[in-house]
Ligand binder design. Sequence first.
Ligand code: GTP
Length: 323
Amino acid sequence: MLPALAVGYRGAMRFQKRIPVSVIGGFLGAGKTTLVNHLVSTAPYRFGIIVNEFGETGIDGSLIENVDTDGIAELSNGCLCCVGRDDLVSAMFKITSRKDPPDYLLIELSGLADPVPVAQTVMDPFARTKFELDGIIGVADARNLEQTLRDGPEGAVQLAYANTIVLNKTDLATPEQIDQAEQLLQQINPLAEVRRADHSKADPQALLGLKAFGLEWKPQGYQHLHAPNLQTFTLTAERPLERHKVNEFIDSHLISRPNAVFRAKGFLQVRGFKQQILFQSVREIFSLEQANQPAQAPSKLVVIGRGLNPLEYEEAFRATQQR
Ligand SMILES: Nc1nc2c(ncn2[C@@H]2O[C@H](COP(=O)(O)OP(=O)(O)OP(=O)(O)O)[C@@H](O)[C@H]2O)c(=O)[nH]1
């Protein structure tokens, strides 16, 4: 039988180098998109990026810099670990069939997805004709890791099979939190190499091109777990938002509820600003910055959390609009 990496071509047979694929997982807001941007700007590859989001509104695709839109595929509305494995394989083939194809693929998972089924999809016999799983990279938030693990077992599964873990946001964590996070990672995944970082600035050579998984990799003791009871909804508003009311909304409905609102992100059209405002929050930490796109309606804000009343949020968000 022909080896999997040999392909026939006009009667002749040629050998094709398989495209390495790294799967990037980690809990909501840990710094996965930040890592993708860091790798794109520092590693010597032409990247194709597949972004998976839990919410129905894709935001992450527009946050990826320096890769043209043909090199990015967005698979929104569900976690790749549970749905859309065919979608993933088609996106992988499509993105690498373009005229100027990438030589490395990064798959950024939703902040709730389990990386293992995705890694197994990359290793299935069909995908293997063109791709090879290079590694699973976990991103962990040094400040919030303990709380994330306390909230449910899914956070641990996201890191348990990684070959390298970027222990991120060390700038927001105390030295004790960082040490404690390292100890927790050691318990969850003693085999992973842990790299401390802020803004996901880990050495690309420690993350990519490692060939960390053999062809016959089978995760031991693995059980697919998915974050239960988490909700996501998108808030929209057609008219420009009033700045002071948005500030009040952020305070009352997002950052003051860190154990209910895990993550929020979106583009806002705020009165007085010509550009869209990118809002991001991870529990009680948030940022507001002017994005490159001109302000346009509607404002969209994706909220992910637990035990929330979407109607209350819709009403409160609409009330931030200019009268
Ligand atoms: N202070 C600080 N902020 C960070 C760091 N890394 C990322 N951030 C910020 O944290 C927020 C979330 O970062 P992302 O890279 O979008 O996180 P993510 O894991 O892709 O998020 P999801 O896809 O929603 O799960 C953004 O506002 C980032 O700018 C860090 O090391 N320090």
